[in-house]
Structures are given as structure tokens and as C-alpha cells.
Ligand binder design. Structure first.
Ligand SMILES: [Zn+2]
Length: 137
């Protein structure tokens, strides 16, 4: 498979692994939005967040939490964003599941587009119902 994250995992592409546990490994993004931008990548090849099995989700999340805490201490962060893009339209460019942890600094000029929409009461009810009916309880 021609997947850059699988190649990094297998050592075919050399890289510095910041951290790893049973299910995930973390590297610095080489095209960072801010210095310290980390990628936490699943060891198994899953396309995106919808493919992650429940059995791996907790350890993946704890890797994200641990790295976020370490980043905050190491780089004196005031905050950070944790993001996973799903689908090209959402900005996913490598189709092997990963979280971005993006350090935030005062005046760093990063703007995640915020286009806030407004529901009517009816629209809110409709959207809520539609989603709720698909949630498997
Ligand atoms: Zn892969």
C-alpha cells in the first residue's frame, strides 16, 4: 500500500517518533501550522475516524491527551486545537487516520473559519430528529 503513514510506521521512511503506545504513534508535522504541531497516528491503517474500532479508541485518545499535556508544558502553550479531518472536503489529505494537535499562541494569526448559522426552532427540531434517529443506542 502506498501510504506515507504506514511507511513511517514500518520505518521505510525515517522519522523521529515522539511517542508510541500499543495503538498509536506521534510525530511532528513537517509542515506545521505552528511549531510543535503534532500528528497522533493510528498504528493500524484505518481510513478515518469512522473506521477506528472501539477497542483502540481509548488508547488513541489517551495518546492525544498525553501529548497535549506534554506540549503544553514543553512549549508553554496557552491552548491548542485537536482536530481530525474526515474526507477531502474537510481537508483530509492522508487517508490514514490521525489527529492533529495544533499549539496556539497569542496573535498566531490562525483562523479556523467560523461561519455560524442560525436555526429556526423548526429547523433545530428537524435536524435533531434526523440525527437522533440514526444514533444506534
Ligand atoms: Zn496507512
Amino acid at each position: 500500500m502506498n501510504c506515507i503513514f504506514c511507511k513511517i510506521r514500518d520505518g521505510e521512511i525515517p522519522s523521529k517518533i515522539l511517542y508510541e503506545n500499543e495503538v498509536a504513534f506521534a510525530i511532528l508535522d513537517i509542515n506545521p501550522m505552528n511549531f510543535g504541531h503534532v500528528l497522533v497516528i493510528s498504528k493500524n491503517h484505518y481510513k478515518d475516524i469512522l473506521e477506528i474500532p472501539k477497542s483502540e479508541a481509548a488508547d488513541l485518545f489517551s495518546a492525544v491527551q498525553l501529548i497535549s499535556k506534554s506540549l503544553t508544558e514543553a512549549l508553554n502553550l496557552e491552548g491548542f486545537n485537536v482536530i481530525s479531518n474526515k474526507g477531502e472536503i474537510a481537508g483530509q489529505s492522508i487517508f490514514h487516520f490521525h489527529f492533529h494537535i495544533i499549539p496556539r499562541y497569542k496573535n498566531d494569526n490562525i483562523n479556523f473559519v467560523r461561519s455560524l448559522k442560525k436555526y429556526t426552532d423548526q429547523e433545530f427540531q428537524e435536524v435533531f430528529q434526523k440525527i437522533n434517529q440514526h444514533i444506534k443506542k
